[in-house]
Unconditional design. Structure first.
Length: 453
């Protein structure tokens, strides 16, 4: 309950008498109603007076407690801290007030800042001898102290508000009190045309093929790691490995690529758009620019193996195939064997050549399946084979390879063998073997070589 309820009579006894309500006793009802009305008026007055000192949350109302209402214990506590309370007498002139004396003056409560003999209160207050700590009247903003901060130098709230408003007006003038063009200039905001024309997206190069020069605006004050600029190169392509970029005359810095590698000729072409990022650690901590988008170059590393004669022996091995090879071509030139067993191409890794797990088919008029290698049908002793089989890495993680190719045989009848298949190794491929199904027939003519990339 926030405030005690007001008493209000429930029954009007005189009315009951008029209505002859049953169960009544003999009584002067009009007098009884007068008594009850007086009781209601009394309770209303009590509740009304209580509301002057108690808020609805049951706490004392603000500014209700005055010095003369303080208990002896509270006054003693203030005294223990060095404060002396002068009330209800309040401030008087020609009186010695030590520091921390507390007095009432008008609606305010003040504490003595320094020991002094009072004269005129207003004069003493202006001189800083008294400090207002409470005013029972509503305080104005100018009476509330403010600690200067930032660009606000005022010492009271009212003055601080006025300063802040003045600064806001000054800033607003950049937008509303000047032309749009001036406002954009003041705030460094690009215009719609500048955005549309990409004016600030890149800076034109005004230097030479080997010494790029740009002048960003606003200017770069100093080089810093992570700084990025976009440049449209206008001179010829670079011909050296150490071209430089100079921004706002801060100094020409060597251009690198790919984490500090030297550029190659033509990494930057004329009229190309290039992105650069500054790194203070480059060039032995002298600083440098990294070219983030050098001209793409197409380079295929193609390695041709050493040809091996197939004039003897039961198998031909190619070893030392480097890690990372993704395509291998096996070339047959006039290869023949001493018998009828079909040729086999077998793959291997560091654990040796594998002779199981192949899924392969060879077709020469009829299809033949192979599981011990990629097969090539021979047909008859002395048949000569010419052509190429390609192995392509299908899944590097699973070391899976696919094979396909066409080989001509027996040139007198112009026969053709087609084949295909797949095989997963247990590790990365590093060797290839060409042999026969039985492994005993010998090669007697021709040569085989491989290439890889």
């Amino acid at each position: 309950m926030s405030q005690p309820p007001v008493y209000s009579p429930i029954i009007l006894f005189q009315q009951e008498e008029t209505n002859q309500v049953a169960g009544r006793s003999t009584v002067r009802t009009s007098a009884l109603d007068v008594e009850l009305a007086a009781l209601a008026a009394f309770s209303l007055a009590v509740v009304s007076n209580l509301s002057y000192i108690q808020r609805d949350d049951k706490e004392l109302r603000d500014r209700i407690l005055k010095l003369n209402a303080l208990s002896t214990e509270v006054l003693a506590l203030l005294g223990s801290a060095g404060f002396t309370v002068h009330d209800p007498i309040g401030w008087v002139t020609a009186t010695n007030y030590p520091a921390r004396d507390m007095v009432k003056q008008g609606t305010g409560t003040y504490v003595s800042v320094v020991a002094h003999t009072s004269g005129t209160f207003a004069t003493d207050l202006t001189a800083g001898k008294w400090l207002l700590i409470f005013d029972s009247n509503a305080q104005t903003a100018s009476q509330v102290t403010f600690t200067p901060a930032g660009t606000i130098a005022a010492s009271n709230v009212q003055a601080a508000i006025e300063e802040a408003a003045s600064e806001a007006v000054q800033k607003a003038s950049n937008l509303s009190d000047v032309t749009a063009a001036t406002a954009r200039t003041n705030l460094s905001v690009p215009s719609k045309a500048e955005i549309q024309n990409q004016t600030f997206v890149y800076w034109p190069d005004t230097g030479t093929a080997e010494a790029l020069v740009i002048t960003p605006s606003p200017s770069i004050a100093a080089y810093a790691t992570g700084q990025r600029v976009s440049v449209k190169k206008t001179a010829n392509a670079n011909a050296t490995t150490t071209p430089t970029l100079n921004a706002n005359a801060l100094g020409a810095k060597v251009i690198f690529k790919n984490g500090g590698l030297a550029l190659q000729a033509n990494d930057m072409l004329a009229n190309g758009h290039y992105e650069f990022e500054y790194d203070a650690a480059y060039n032995a901590a002298a600083g440098g620019w990294e070219l983030l988008n050098p001209r793409a170059s197409v380079s295929i590393s193609f390695t041709l193996g050493t040809e091996q004669a197939t004039t003897s022996g039961t198998s031909i091995d190619f070893t030392g195939i480097p890690a990372g090879a993704k395509r291998i071509t096996i070339m047959f030139k006039g290869v023949s064997t001493s018998g009828f067993d079909d040729l086999l191409i077998q793959l291997g890794d560091s654990g040796g050549v594998e002779n199981a797990g192949y899924s392969a088919v060879s077709f020469q008029g009829v299809a033949v399946s192979f599981t011990t290698g990629f097969g090539l049908q021979v047909g008859a002793a002395g048949n000569v084979h010419n052509g190429a089989i390609t192995l392509t890495l299908e899944n590097a993680a699973a070391f899976s390879w696919c094979a396909s190719g066409v080989v001509a045989y027996d040139v007198s009848t112009t026969g053709v063998i087609t084949m295909g298949g797949s095989k997963s190794l247990s590790a990365e491929l590093d060797r290839i073997r060409i042999t026969t199904v039985g492994g005993t027939e010998t090669f007697d003519a021709g040569a085989i070589n491989i290439s890889y990339e």
